[in-house]
Design a protein around this ligand. Structure first.
Ligand SMILES: [Zn+2]
Length: 220
């Protein structure tokens, strides 16, 4: 029995590929077209797991599946191998945001930690949105100011079009000759992080954003 090995974003990606395949069946695409969609999906999925063992490769391979039922079963089976968000204690969370004396914490018991790429919650009283993510093996956290927007927009993290908040965070970047220097970065992201976590298929942007926010590099 192989261990859990699929990250939430990768699982979402696989889910989207399956939706594409189901859609081409539904549209009665020609067998050649369907085969091409499947082959491309299979290649893209395999590329997400360069170190997959034979057993894992076998369960990820969707090239022989045909019916909706078979694809649903495939997804259900993979769901078992979804990696949960790393366990984190209240003390660890508080330590991550030391400037917030009365840090409002999320209710982790009520969250589906299996479908999380990043953990996020808001404190309405201070207008802050907190984001935690395992960056290259280390849990990191940042806090942002947020403004809820009336107009829908595209989320930078998951690319979904929907209700977004504008978040801005002050980076830790410093200028050696100017102690007052600060740099803020802003983004539109889903206000509802549960939805965002269901849609995110790639963590590149999130990773870059967090690295930049946390970057303690000194600019001369
Ligand atoms: Zn999003």
């Amino acid at each position: 029995m192989t261990e859990k090995y699929i990250k939430n974003a990768d699982f979402n990606f696989i889910h989207n590929q399956v939706a594409l395949i189901k859609d081409s069946y539904k549209k009665n695409a020609s067998p050649n077209v369907i085969q091409a969609v499947k082959d491309i999906a299979n290649l893209k999925i395999m590329a997400l797991f360069p170190n997959a063992m034979d057993e894992q490769k076998e369960m990820l391979d969707l090239s022989t599946l045909k019916t909706d039922q078979e694809y649903n079963k495939y997804i259900q089976q993979l769901h078992v191998y979804l990696l949960p968000f790393p366990k984190i204690s209240e003390a660890q969370m508080k330590k991550m945001f030391p400037k917030n004396k009365k840090l409002k914490l999320p209710d982790l018991d009520k969250m589906n930690l299996h479908q999380l790429t990043y953990l996020s919650w808001v404190d309405i009283s201070t207008n802050k949105k907190f984001i935690m993510f395992e960056l290259e093996g280390k849990m990191v956290g940042i806090e942002c100011k947020y403004t809820l927007l009336n107009k829908d927009n595209i989320c930078s993290f998951c690319n979904r079009f929907g209700q977004v908040a504008y978040i801005s965070t002050v980076t830790k970047e410093k200028k050696a000759k100017n102690p007052d220097y600060y740099k803020a970065i802003g983004n539109y992201i889903c206000f509802d992080s549960t939805e965002c976590n269901k849609n995110i298929t790639n963590v590149d942007y999130l990773t870059t954003f967090l690295k930049e926010s946390l970057g303690e590099k000194t600019v001369l």
